[in-house]
Design a protein around this ligand. Structure first.
Ligand code: GLU
Length: 430
């Protein structure tokens, strides 16, 4: 022991656990390797394969070996700018785009270079707050309410900003939302944009699930506050390529100073994003009929499963907003509090541990999304199905036909069993 190095950890990381999304994935994998049956509704990983034209492009570019420019491959930056121009009508150019190894890394660097508070609604994705903690920023949580689908309201934002109007802040707005699956309509976006503008708050609009809006009707808030909004996106969710690690930021001209500062940190840290992946991503962001079709079919499947989970939970009197995009829902089991207590379950962590132990269903506790420890809430990622098989199967349905229960039982059996198990487990509480 005498000669082992002493432990000197930065105070900001001391005691910080591994990110909950990755920890639950590794725990589930471990349990499966021990022969246990696990329903993997913990990590939010797209079940769909990367679209074939994008995979083909990666194969063709496997030989690309050089370091690329820090800000990203110029053709890819142009393709991303075109993509946002096409989908949002905002006049981005190649110059406005920064490419990184996942939007998560770009978010971290943004928080590092910008000196201001981080403002996020409760619940919010698991990594925003720990990133702020690592770089030593203050975190301001804004409460949300089940009655309006756990969405940030302009009033609550105004209330927070009015306390110290000149304070520099970054607000992260994420929609379709992780963890709730809800999204904002045009009026809500305009109203939030107005408050952000009033206080010159920088808006980081995390739109990584934008293409997975179940009706294909995602709108960027950048339309209403272009000068102060950065749009964050990437390949992980809509393109099924989480493990490829490619994220994008789109900046307005007014925030190029932030882009430049981030590029300096990028040059001293990750250098540049993987070359073959960047070449393949050009194909993804150019989209086209084949990718549009893939997206339409992915949305149909996610919408159906989201509805099914939502209805099943509602029938058990669980409070849960209806998911409108992406592949999550956020359920509140407070109505079961006294019954759960009798089983020794006092908080969301107990709830998820016991659910996993007793049913094999892995989900994440509300506490890792910033909710009070004793709130009995949890995120369910409805992704444990074979995306390739389900995409192939939906081809046999007419374009207007909704996949029925038989379709789900046949093609997404783990999805059906997992929600049945959750409901049965809850019914045993009564
Ligand atoms: N965004 C995904 C999730 O919330 C996983 C990726 C990650 O957390 O790094 O589950």
């Amino acid at each position: 022991m005498g000669n082992s190095p002493r432990i000197h950890l930065n105070l900001n990381v001391r005691g910080l656990p591994q990110s909950a999304t990755l920890a639950i994935n590794e725990k589930s994998a471990r349990m499966m390797s021990e022969g246990k049956e696990v329903f993997k509704l913990g990590l939010g990983q797209s079940p769909f394969p990367v679209p074939q034209p994008v995979v083909d492009e990666l194969k063709v570019n496997a030989h690309q070996k050089n370091y690329l420019p820090v800000m990203g491959l110029p053709e890819l930056r142009a393709a991303v700018a075109d993509y946002h121009r096409r989908t949002e009508g905002i006049d981005y150019t190649e110059d406005d785009i920064l490419i990184g190894p996942g939007s998560k890394e770009l978010m971290f660097i943004l928080q590092l270079v910008y000196y201001g508070d981080l403002v996020i609604p409760t619940p919010s994705w698991v990594s925003y707050a720990p990133q702020a903690q690592i770089v030593g920023r203050h975190i301001r949580w804004i409460p949300t309410h089940l009655a309006n689908g756990l969405k940030l309201t302009p009033m609550e934002l105004d209330k927070l900003c009015a306390k110290d109007p000149e304070r520099p802040r970054i607000l992260i707005l994420n929609y379709p939302n992780n963890p709730s699956g809800t999204t904002y309509n045009i009026e809500e976006l305009k109203a939030i944009a107005e408050v952000a503008k009033k206080y010159r708050t920088i808006l980081l609009s995390d739109e990584i699930y934008g293409e997975l809006h179940h009706e294909g009707k995602h709108l960027s808030i950048a339309r209403f506050y272009p000068e102060g909004t950065i749009i964050s996106s990437g390949l992980s969710k809509w393109c099924g390529a989480g493990g490829w690690r490619l994220g994008t930021f789109a900046f307005p001209k007014q925030l190029h100073w932030l882009r430049d500062a981030m590029a300096v940190v990028a040059s001293e840290t990750f250098t540049s994003t993987s070359a073959p992946i960047q070449y393949a991503a050009i194909r993804a962001f150019r989209t086209g009929p084949e990718i549009e079709h893939y997206l339409r079919q992915s949305r149909r499947i996610l919408k159906r499963i989201g509805q099914y989970f939502h209805q099943s939970l509602k029938s058990m009197e669980v409070s849960v907003p209806r998911p409108k995009g992406g592949f999550y829902l956020f359920a509140n089991f407070n109505a079961f509090r006294s019954e759960l207590r009798k089983r020794g379950i006092y908080n969301s962590l107990d709830f998820c541990d016991r659910l996993l132990e007793e049913t094999g269903v892995a989900i994440l506790p509300g506490s890792v999304f910033g909710c009070e420890e004793d709130e009995l809430s949890a995120r369910i990622a409805y992704v444990d199905f074979d995306g390739a098989r389900t995409l192939a199967a939906i081809e046999s349905l007419g374009p207007q036909d909704e996949p029925d229960m038989e379709f789900l039982v046949l093609h997404c059996p783990k999805i059906v069993t997992s929600i049945e198990r959750i409901c049965h487990w809850l019914s045993e509480c009564k």
